[in-house]
Ligand binder design. Structure first.
Ligand code: NAI
Ligand code: MG
Length: 491
């Protein structure tokens, strides 16, 4: 794939929603401009769904669930549909990577990585479909008791703009594997690959109405979807504030939710660590996708004896990082939109004003269009753990360093935010690896490594304000289903 495709893909295309297997515009005919964050220019459009569009899509998913065949299809056949979708995503990989890259501004290499991740989800859940089963339970004499895993029914998936291909795939893979039907609303800033995947799903043999896509603003389409009485379960990835709104909406119908709400994830570097091995991982964990990653490693805690050395080495690497257009494939692309760019730049300026030392700054490529949403990487040193940049999710290429003394203080600092999504621990001491991994409050802990978003097989989700429920891996299949207990009295 050349850069050419990611510069021209979908030019001028008026995208449609996918409801009941058909391409449909918004009932109002209203549209939303689609722009490339690399230059801020409009290149396509998507429908702006309202309440009536949402209702049409939910009715379609409810019909598909109640009338079948999807929810009653043998699991192996559902699995084959997902496996065919995996193959189609692979076949259209170049186009999907170019589309994702142009729509979100991410470097084309990251777009390709996201296609690989998405493929793996469809492959994994295609294979997992017929490998999940219930129990038989020892009960009273004369009885046999057993459990089945049953689909919730109609699942609403509300998807953010940072990793649409991958986050969509983890929702679709697990929800469809268990026999649910779906209404998905991608983010208004990044809907294009979701529409393409739903088209490919039809081609893969997933019946009409099983996987519906509506596009539109969160406050209109998203709010109507999460409050719809025929939605049986809601899964959401995004900001804690929107998560609260969605949970309140789902609560009006007393329905369950999975919430993945970001983090302030720490990496802890002890003095005995292999620092050369850690350095590139520490940088990548915050620079990947411009820091717009729920599991970004946005805090690095460094034991005092090596603090100066690690800080200097990170500063040297940060000063060489360059942001530029997606098709230039540099260290990072632009941020998603002007609002995010202003938010991140504002947090950086406030931290500087508060006197937090800037250790290094990357740069913006001189050829990057001034109309794009570029933010250069910034490295802050000796950050006060109570500072705003130490506590709040920035969602940009901004890394904070914190010196610490000993294991106890490291754990206290690591756990000293409202979040608990991912953590990294760097040490050669085996006992300490286990102690720290157990005491850090995070849904995933990596020892001598860090996987920002990596590992589709690995259960993923938060403690505390990072959310609840688990996605990815086998565990997501439990979130996407409910246990039914059947008791036979046979005397
Ligand atoms: P957001 O959480 O508002 O948007 C995510 C999704 O929710 C989008 O599809 C949006 O249309 C939808 N949405 C928005 N309001 C809704 C509502 N009332 N009801 C139902 N759906 C709704 O995130 P936003 O405003 O784009 O970004 C703000 C901040 O959120 C970022 O700076 C970042 O800190 C955080 N964020 C975290 C993500 C993560 O992966 N954890 C992903 C995206 C944003
Ligand atoms: Mg876009």
């Amino acid at each position: 794939m050349g850069t050419h495709l990611s510069r021209t893909v979908a030019e001028g295309r008026a995208f449609m929603q996918l409801v009941d297997g058909r391409q449909v515009d918004a009932l109002s005919g209203e549209r939303i401009d689609v722009l490339s964050p690399s230059d801020g220019k409009v290149f396509a459009s998507i429908p702006a769904a309202g309440k009536a569009d949402v209702d049409r899509a939910v009715q379609s998913a409810a019909r598909a669930f109640n009338e079948g065949p999807w929810s009653r299809m043998p699991a192996v056949e559902r699995g084959r549909c997902l496996t065919r979708l995996f193959q189609l995503v692979e076949k259209h990989g170049d186009e999907l990577a170019a589309l994702e890259s142009r729509d979100t501004g991410k470097p084309i290499r990251q777009g390709k990585g996201d296609v690989t991740g998405a493929m793996r989800y469809y492959e994994f859940y295609g294979g997992a479909c017929d490998k999940i089963h219930g129990d038989t339970i020892p009960f009273l004499d004369g009885y046999t008791a057993l459990t089945l895993r049953e689909p919730h029914g109609v699942v609403a998936g509300i998807i953010p703009w940072n990793y649409p291909l991958q986050i969509l795939a983890r929702v679709v893979g697990a929800a469809l594997a268990m026999g649910n039907t779906l209404v998905v609303k991608p983010a208004e800033d990044a809907s294009l690959t979701t529409i393409r995947i739903a088209e490919l799903a039809l081609e893969a043999g997933i019946p009409a109405g099983v996987f519906n896509v509506i596009t539109g603003y969160g406050r209109d389409a998203g709010a109507a979807l999460s409050a719809h009485p025929l939605i049986d379960y809601v899964t959401f990835t995004g900001s804690p504030l929107t998560g609260t709104a969605i949970q309140q909406a789902a609560a009006t119908n007393n329905r369950g939710v999975t919430m993945e709400l970001g983090g302030k994830s720490p990496q802890i570097v002890f003095a005995d660590a292999d620092i050369e091995a850690a350095l590139p991982v520490l940088v990548n964990a915050i620079i990947q996708n411009g820091g717009q990653t729920c599991s970004a490693g946005s805090r690095v805690l460094i034991e005092k004896p090596v603090y100066e050395r690690v800080a200097a080495a990170l500063a040297e690497r940060f000063s060489r990082l360059v942001a530029g257009p997606h098709d230039a494939d540099l260290d990072l692309g632009p941020l998603i939109n002007s609002r995010q760019k202003e938010k991140v730049a504002g947090m950086v300026a406030a931290a500087e004003e508060a006197g937090i030392p800037v250790l290094a700054r990357g740069s913006i490529h001189p050829d990057a269009p001034a109309s794009g949403y570029y933010q250069e990487p910034v490295l802050f040193g000796s950050v006060d753990p109570a500072a705003t940049i130490a506590q709040e999710e920035i969602f940009g290429p901004v890394l904070s360093l914190f010196p610490f003394e000993g294991e106890e203080q490291a754990i206290k600092l690591a756990n000293g935010t409202d979040f608990g999504l991912v953590a990294g621990v760097w040490t050669k001491d085996g006992g300490r690896q286990h102690r720290v991994a157990k005491r850090v409050r995070a849904g995933q802990v990596f020892v001598n490594g860090y996987g920002a978003g990596g590992g589709i097989e690995l259960p993923f989700g938060g403690f505390k304000k990072s959310g609840h429920g688990r996605e990815k891996g086998f565990e997501a299949l439990y979130d996407m289903s409910a246990t039914k207990t059947i008791v036979f009295n046979h005397g």
